[in-house]
Ligand binder design. Structure first.
Ligand code: DQA
Length: 142
């Protein structure tokens, strides 16, 4: 099984950015953790991170290679119609993940535009959210 994990702007700065919110683990740590985690489910993960909206759209267009998409669109979640429209195309499960609890933060983070195209949203559980999303996709494909 192949799962695409997309992370949006500034997620590559994990470990340096707002540690009180996002913790001290880096994006490399996230990828390594998920690679380790996914081996027990026989899942291959492709990671993609970009701070450029159009690059994220183009990556979503590659959905036919994957059984599911896990996406943290980061700030784009709150306003990107282009990413929302792209996420409406695939006929595979899409899970939106946020490391922080966006609902307990600024009001402008409470709207998750892109989540309209997701089967579900996990927010506030840190890196664990990505693991739970993998388990969901594995369970739905079993
Ligand atoms: C985030 C939450 C967003 O509001 C923020 O812009 C991010 C990260 C999260 O994972 O908690 O960059 O998506």
């Amino acid at each position: 099984m192949n799962i695409l994990v997309i992370n949006g702007p500034n997620i590559n700065m994990l470990g340096k950015r707002e540690k009180a919110l996002y913790g001290s683990m880096t994006y490399e740590n996230l990828k390594n953790n998920l690679d380790d985690f996914s081996t027990k489910y026989n899942v291959e993960i492709e990671f993609f991170q970009s701070s450029i909206e159009g690059e994220i759209v183009d990556k979503i267009h590659e959905f036919e290679k994957f059984d599911g998409i896990i996406i943290n669109p980061a700030a784009y979640s709150h306003y990107s119609i282009a990413i929302l429209d792209a996420l409406k195309i695939p006929d595979i499960p899409i899970i939106e993940v946020h490391i922080s609890n966006v609902h307990s933060r600024e009001d402008y983070r409470k709207e998750l535009l892109t989540a309209q195209a997701a089967v579900g949203v996990i927010a506030g559980l840190g890196f664990k959210g990505y693991e739970l999303a993998i388990e969901y996709i594995v369970a739905t494909k079993a």
